[in-house]
Design a protein around this ligand. Structure first.
Ligand code: 8ID
Ligand code: ZN
Length: 349
């Protein structure tokens, strides 16, 4: 089977950090022997794309094409590629390639590989119609999935799922999802429910409250209305959340979560407010035996699991589909924290 590949394609390209973002006609990329060419049908828009555009990761950023939640169809195979065929559904996630040789790769914890290459940061990402990506790290997607809805699973979904696994929270325990109305938060609520956890969603505004409840949150705290979020969490959970999954972009919210985590509980750091830090009172952390852990996307296996849970119908991806040229408007809404769920680009528009 072969699929006709055009010479040029549509892409959203930004002209330098914080500069204009334009729809352009650019060449379809060539592939290396280890790569597949994926015709991206849909791509989620992650807050990390906005942070990349705002220069949050400094010299790590080497591309002007963002995006790392791509879902599409394999149209070409590099000469060394095995395990893929033309027409397969493929997911293009944040991790483009890793060295496969270092200590972390050998332990199947490739997110820590010092030679990691990232789609939409170190290489051209998924806000274009065709992406060249490493065949080993691309995610196999079942042919039954809706490509528009699976895109966000490839970053938001797997990151939320990995964060929950990292927390070691057990069924029936309380987990606070901080940033519950956003992209990662909307999926974190549902992965948490699929794991038998009880969820308190925390975010601001009626729309986010409604969305969090619809997606299964047992309780919701509106941080714009609550007089004391920590007190509310401790009251609802009768002693504090067993785990706090920080998927907001607010340094203050992350800081606050340390104060309402239950003794022996775990605070998971996922959201990346630029240049932020947390300040922890050591006496409190010691007496409460608090664990604070970072969690960074997920491995190939975490991705396989997150896709499987989605494909079994346990996760409803709350998406709004827009055309490629709408990316600048979506960034504006994101900057104003007005996005509920996930916006997804349809690359054909
Ligand atoms: O691997 C990783 N660690 C990883 C992977 C993917 C994304 C990290 N991230 C990071 C992103 O770079 C970003 O910093 O996770 C963060 C969340 O990404 P997102 O879900 O794509 O962002 P969003 O859709 O804008 O959602 C953020 C939510 O936080 C809420 C906002 O209202 C929004 O709904 N929020 C804010 I701002 N302040 C809050 C507060 N005080 C709050 N929610 C609760 N309390
Ligand atoms: Zn992301």
């Amino acid at each position: 089977m072969s699929i006709e590949i055009p010479k040029t394609q549509k892409a959203i390209v930004f002209e330098g950090f914080n500069g204009p973002i334009n729809l352009q006609e650019i060449p379809v990329p060539e592939i290396q022997p280890n790569e597949i060419l994926v015709n991206i049908k849909y791509s989620g828009i992650c807050h990390s794309d906005l942070s990349t555009y705002h220069a949050a990761w400094g010299s790590l950023t080497k591309t002007k094409i963002l995006g790392h939640e791509g879902a599409g169809v394999v149209v070409k195979l590099g000469s060394n590629v095995t395990g893929w065929k033309i027409g397969d559904y493929a997911g293009v996630k944040l991790i483009d390639s890793t060295c496969s040789q270092c200590e972390h790769c050998q332990q199947a914890n490739e997110v820590l590989c010092p030679k990691i290459s990232l789609n939409g940061i170190s290489t051209d990402g998924t806000f274009q119609q065709y992406v060249a990506t490493d065949a080993f790290n691309a995610a196999h997607l079942p042919s039954s999935v809706d490509l528009s809805k699976v895109g966000p699973i490839l970053c938001a979904g797997v990151t939320a799922y990995k964060g929950l696994k990292t927390s070691n929270a057990k069924p029936n325990e309380w987990v606070a999802i901080v940033g519950a109305g956003g992209g990662l938060g909307s999926l974190a609520i549902q992965y948490a429910k699929s794991m038998g956890l009880r969820v308190i969603g925390i975010d601001g505004g009626e729309d986010k409250a409604k969305s969090a409840k619809n997606l299964g949150a047992d309780e919701f705290i509106d941080f714009t209305k609550s007089e004391d979020v920590a007190k509310d969490v401790i009251e609802i959970t009768n002693g504090g959340a067993h785990a706090c999954i920080n998927v907001s972009t607010s340094e203050k919210a992350i800081q606050q979560s340390v104060s309402y985590v239950r003794p022996n509980g775990t605070v998971v750091l996922i959201g990346l407010p630029p240049n932020a830090s947390i300040n922890v009172n050591i006496l409190m952390a010691v007496l409460k035996q608090v664990t604070i852990k970072g969690s960074y996307v997920g491995t190939r296996w975490d991705t396989t699991e997150a896709i499987d849970i989605f494909a079994r119908g346990l996760i409803n991806c709350p998406i709004t589909v827009v055309g490629l040229s709408e990316v600048p408007n979506v960034f504006k809404l994101m900057e104003e924290n007005k996005i509920v769920g996930r916006y997804v680009v349809d690359t054909s528009k």
